[in-house]
Design a protein around this ligand. Structure first.
Ligand SMILES: C[S@@+](CC[C@H](N)C(=O)[O-])C[C@H]1O[C@@H](n2cnc3c(N)ncnc32)[C@H](O)[C@@H]1O
Length: 245
């Protein structure tokens, strides 16, 4: 890809921009590229970037080893846990989705330094990626760590976890695939439990209405530390699409 194509591919982050804007689950923070970030992006995009396509696309083919199952992380932030999970659970390929440009470039720099070869990063609205690009029954797992809780009642409609979105995630899972979500916001945890539990295509291995025991391979993130400092309880939700038969 040319430099212009790379810069173009990270500058558009949703399908419907402008007047037909849909409800957004994110508030876009600083999205300018300074010289240093531009350099990091251009140097590493071929190896670690992924470009949104507005058509069903073989997600396995994005990776160096297409035989590995694909896990998608939605909203990786600065990517501190993403890179450790990709390093330590390297039997999977990881596609990280994030709209926050600084976080996107930071994780790209980090994974390049580590030399990982099982991760790709796309700067695009995850809702569009799931709706338009990811084929059904193709993804092994979704990681959603500390999604924005949108605390005020009038903002609840901006929450990522909504019945329609969870239904979409479920359709994208392979049989036996999982959705793993974590939050430190008690009321959002209860909301998520209700939404996941109401999705007929999912089961809760922990038992109806129960949170999962902490998953040992998930490292702590910045948002988690902040929550713990405020003495918030960390809630983990693990749901699966049952194996057929
Ligand atoms: C509260 S942060 C948590 C970041 C990280 N997972 C952590 O635990 O530190 C939530 C992140 O999700 C991202 N996000 C929210 N909605 C998104 C969407 N529809 N597509 C991609 N990223 C999204 C935001 O930009 C933000 O960086």
């Amino acid at each position: 890809m040319t430099e212009e194509e790379i810069l173009e591919s990270v500058s558009k982050i949703e399908v419907r921009e402008g007047v037909h804007r849909t409800i957004k689950s994110y508030a876009l923070r600083d999205s300018t590229l300074d010289e240093e970030r531009r350099r990091i992006l251009l140097a590493n995009f071929e190896r670690y970037g992924a470009v949104f396509k507005d058509e069903p696309t073989d997600m396995h083919a994005l990776f160096n080893d297409p035989s590995k199952d694909v896990i998608i992380e939605i909203g990786f932030g600065m990517g501190s846990s993403t890179q450790l999970i990709a390093r330590d659970r390297d039997e999977y390929n990881y596609l990280g989705l994030e709209v926050y440009l600084n976080g996107y470039v930071k994780l790209m720099r980090d994974v390049a330094k580590m030399g990982l070869d099982n991760i790709r990063l796309m700067r695009f609205n995850a809702v569009d990626v799931l709706e338009r690009m990811v084929p059904d029954s193709s993804i092994k797992g979704f990681h959603i760590f500390f999604p924005d809780p949108w605390q005020k009642k009038r903002h609840h409609k901006r929450r990522l976890i909504q019945p329609a979105f969870v239904h979409l995630l479920t359709q994208k899972l392979v049989p036996g695939g999982y959705i793993y979500a974590v939050t430190d916001w008690e009321e959002y945890a209860e909301w998520m439990m209700e939404v996941f539990s109401s999705e007929p295509g999912l089961i809760n291995p922990a038992g109806a209405g129960s949170y999962s025991a902490p998953i040992p391979w998930r490292p702590e993130t910045k948002f988690e530390r902040k929550g713990l400092e405020k003495e918030h309880v960390i809630r983990e939700l693990w749901f699966e699409r049952p194996l057929e038969g």
